[in-house]
Design a binder for this molecule. Sequence first.
Ligand code: ASP
Length: 579
Amino acid sequence: MIRTHTAGDLRLSDAGAEVSLAGWVARRRDHGGVTFLDLRDASGSVQVVCRDLPNIHALRSEWCLLVEGRVTARAEGNVNPNLATGDVEVVATTVTVLSESEPLPFPVDGVDEIDSGVDEMLRWKHRYLDLRRTGPARAIRTRAQIVSVIRRVMAAHGFLDVETPYLTRSTPEGARDFLVPVRLRPGEWYALPQSPQLFKQLLMVAGLERYYQIARCFRDEDFRADRTAEFTQLDVEMSFLDEEDIFGLTEELMATLWREVLGVELATPFPRMTYAEATRRYGSDKPDLRLDLELVDLTEHLRGTQFRVFQADHVGAVVVPGGASYTRKELDAWQDWAKARGGKGIAWLLVPDDGGELRGSVTRLEPELLESLPKAAGANPGDAILFAAGPRRRTLDMLGALRLAVGRQRGLLREGEWRFLWVVDAPMFEPTDDGGWTAVHHPFTGPTQEWAQTFQDDPEHALARAYDVVGNGVELGGGSIRIHRAEMQQRVFDVIGLTRDEAQSKFGFLLEAFRYGPPPHGGIAFGLDRLAAELVGTDAIREVMAFPKASSGGDPLTGAPTPITAEQRREAGIDARPE
Ligand code: ASP
């Protein structure tokens, strides 16, 4: 046994013990004949005192050491209350160098916050050094804790952990697939799964009834700060259920995680809101309820106006409490903000405190409409009204973002609070660019009761038995009750323009399985990285991945992806045509 104790766990009660520790030099300080080392291992660090030991001055940061010595209580004035081991130090009798370290590309001691300001490429390239820092290491530990809580809760409810293939064929989430050539069948390719969706449904046909998996998913999407090509889901499916089963399980999972990881009691059950209400009131299908501010719909009020700006499919507004004091510069900043988001701009109206004249970019509105506008918008004297107008969906999106920006700017978003909700009854379909329809969730999602017979006649308004769980404005999970009848499935394929042959060639194996007594079933998938990021308190999902890819794509550590040789290309059958 190399060591008898771990450095970070030594306490006053260990005083007098002869110990052997192993770890890294976090810091070295020389005081005359005495050298102090902070020795760090996975448990934390402890101060080591070296008196008259040979070669101590040669030790450098991040050298790996074995230290033998005796734990001693620190003298009164030397106690460090900021360090868990601050009551003691270890007086070394021998120090053995296990390995030396070259100077590091960035400091790892004393910069504990997750984002240290060091360039992301450098951090991921040397992630094994980055993870020597307390903050990043804590994020990875928290993720492990989350996974163990999840497994415990799922097992307690009788869910089986089942692995499904990574080398498979296209799954229905609608992103681009990563493809893998197959040497032994030149010209044929596997797709990496975008989720285990089809397999988990097959497991329900198989009669396993309760499945879960912590599964890697692969989606070849454009690079974005909060997206990565591979990510992890907690994937769940169950049979003979309704929404309440999924909601209850999810609420228990979330409440347990928040309690055990953060010591926070979440209020359950989570409130439920329809998709229509969420978009109308908050301009978002994942509303952040820490902010009370709601959108105002002025479309009816302004119908028939001659004022061009407001002749639109939808006119809405955000009322900014106290915003009448906005300066010209602040109002210009909102224009820039809107343009940066691809909008035309933000119209504005200031409602003065003193009952004085209304000022703004919309004062050429018909006088009676203008005068009644503050009341219609629910604005008080001293407020500002910020307007957006245009096609309904795009305008609500813009207003939803504006609501959050205003909330943050005015300090109205209650930091430190946790507000969860379910968003239910999402649309089943959305229009495609070429005038057709595509499934919003995926094509195996069932319609709500009232749309069961008629969704095909009015795809625009048909609602799905789909649900998302949202926490503080972040979508943490989503799923649906599935279709398990061939006839209904066929109607969905008809709406999204999937011919029988196409359906057969894409999902034939699932449709075939559904010929053998499929049970009613449904499920949900949680973004594990996102969940962990929330619990760790970071916006960046990469911080809870041990070896993340850069936001510009690629893995700075291994250098992947790399070109292949002509030989590899030939052997993998990349250019071969299937026989
Ligand atoms: N497979 C779905 C997804 O990845 C989740 C589900 O419907 O269970 O979004």
